[in-house]
Design a protein. Structure first.
Length: 102
């Protein structure tokens, strides 16, 4: 390697380490929480599954210490999706049995 008569440049001090991925779990939890809440009203089983998966992702992200705001929002929305989906499933079962009895 030619330095053209100059000494080689000193190594620059290290910067911050590169983070790979980062907030994927937090974003996934938030997105699944939103999808879960929406589908809890429309198709309850899809809302329930999305809520459970979003809750699991949120708990994993929380243990890894990622982006606390997004993780907390994902956990809360996922929990709301689970509760609303269960309520709508119960209401659907009650309405179905009443219609069958009539």
């Amino acid at each position: 390697m030619s330095t053209n008569g100059y000494p080689p440049a000193p190594n620059a001090p290290g910067g911050a380490p590169v983070r790979s991925g980062g907030n994927g779990l937090a974003v996934g939890s938030l997105v699944l929480g939103i999808v879960g809440v929406v589908f809890a009203f429309l198709i309850s089983i899809v809302g329930l599954i999305a809520g459970i998966v979003g809750l699991v992702l949120g708990i994993i992200a929380r243990r890894r210490g990622l982006s606390r705001g997004m993780v907390l929002a994902g956990i809360v929305l996922s929990a709301i999706a689970i509760v609303v989906a269960i309520i709508f499933m119960i209401l659907g079962a009650v309405l179905a049995t009443q219609m069958l009895n009539n």
